[in-house]
Design a protein. Structure first.
Length: 353
């Protein structure tokens, strides 16, 4: 069985984002590269298995850093403490409220600078078919995405690994344990603004919490909400568990991957797409679970590569691949007025709820 990869929103006391300096990495890095700068807190360094935990974190970071070329340093603190019942990993991070016009202009600037990102170019060309086609609604983005697009300043995120869960910190993953590397890659995707961080639908589904959580996360769209469809030329923005929604960058013509519609998990994470959650999947998804699945089994996640739907997801919001890859399904200004900053928790959960 599995736990929901749940994005939980809990207010964190950060009134403003804090700019942090980059750090040196071992080895060579490209002239332009994403750098995730980790800090291991004492709950990790003091753990009996500290080397294994740090190794899993380093492995996940190496994968994400190696995929994307955007020249930005993203600080992330890592902890290893007991999580709430069902939690596997959780992320605390800040979000920035930007205008639709500033957000889309920043994406266009990125697309112009990186013509190999045909996913983003196609997505921009089809914005008139999706949610917020009229540009009337602001967009809530993670602070790391804001920094990369020149729309704000990054503040350190915190990713916690639940010490009360049974993880494999190396691969292959032992039977009956959770894939720490895959879980960390899932959370790092969200720090970059994808996955559960890419939609405001969970807030809409739990509207009574909106005053606590800062307001704009209940009225804005998330960046992935602009690419959420139920059919060609038919955008989807529904909290109903029976609604159809999938990621598409060409106006709903191509279904890249289904979005989760179960609000007990993140609604911008991936659905099982008709496959057994904890059993073998189809071609390209042999484990039955993607890195960004909304519900995570005690099993090994897929390998995260440039051909993964997670990579297409991140390209669509402005992250540029080191090596351009064929798109799944055979496709395809700066100086914003920042009107709000809020910080919230998202989590990945385990399998028996």
């Amino acid at each position: 069985m599995k736990l929901p990869t749940r994005t939980r929103f809990a207010l964190v006391s950060r009134a403003t984002a804090v700019a942090l300096a980059g750090v040196l990495l071992a080895g060579m890095t490209p002239a332009q590269a994403l750098v995730i700068s980790p800090t291991f807190e004492s709950s990790i360094t003091g753990a009996s298995n500290a080397a294994q935990i740090e190794g899993a974190i380093d492995s996940a970071i190496a994968t994400i850093d190696g995929l994307y070329t955007n020249s930005v340093t993203v600080p992330v603190d890592f902890t290893y403490t007991a999580g709430a019942s069902g939690d596997l990993l959780s992320t605390d991070q800040s979000y920035v409220n930007v205008t639709d016009s500033n957000y889309k202009a920043a994406l266009q600037t990125d697309a112009t600078a990186h013509p190999s990102n045909t996913v983003l170019a196609t997505a921009l060309a089809n914005l008139s078919k999706g949610n917020d086609a009229n540009g009337a609604t602001n967009i809530a983005i993670s602070s790391a995405l804001a920094q990369m697009l020149g729309l704000g300043t990054v503040s350190a995120a915190t990713i916690n690994i639940a010490s009360n869960q049974d993880f494999s910190f190396t691969r292959p993953v032992a039977g009956g344990t959770y894939d720490a590397i895959g879980g960390l890659e899932h959370e790092l995707d969200e720090v970059l603004g994808g996955g559960g961080a890419g939609s405001t639908l969970n807030n809409v589904a739990n509207g009574s919490l909106c005053p606590t959580y800062g307001g704009f996360l209940c009225t804005d769209y998330g960046p992935l909400d602009l690419y959420r469809y139920s059919a060609a030329n038919t955008p989807s923005y529904s909290t109903s568990s029976s609604a159809t929604s999938y990621l598409s960058v060409n106006g709903g013509v191509t279904d890249i991957v289904g979005f989760n519609q179960n609000s007990s998990g993140d609604m911008a994470d991936f659905a099982a797409n008709g496959q057994a959650e904890c059993g073998p999947g189809g071609p390209g998804n042999p484990t039955g679970q993607y890195i960004q699945d909304a519900f995570s089994c005690a099993a090994q996640d897929e390998a995260y590569t440039a051909a993964s739907p997670e990579a297409t997801m991140e390209e669509s919001i402005g992250w540029d691949l080191a090596t351009a890859a064929p798109e799944p399904g055979s496709l395809f200004l700066l100086g914003a007025a920042v009107s709000g900053i809020a910080a919230f928790r998202r989590r990945r959960a385990s399998a028996t709820t």
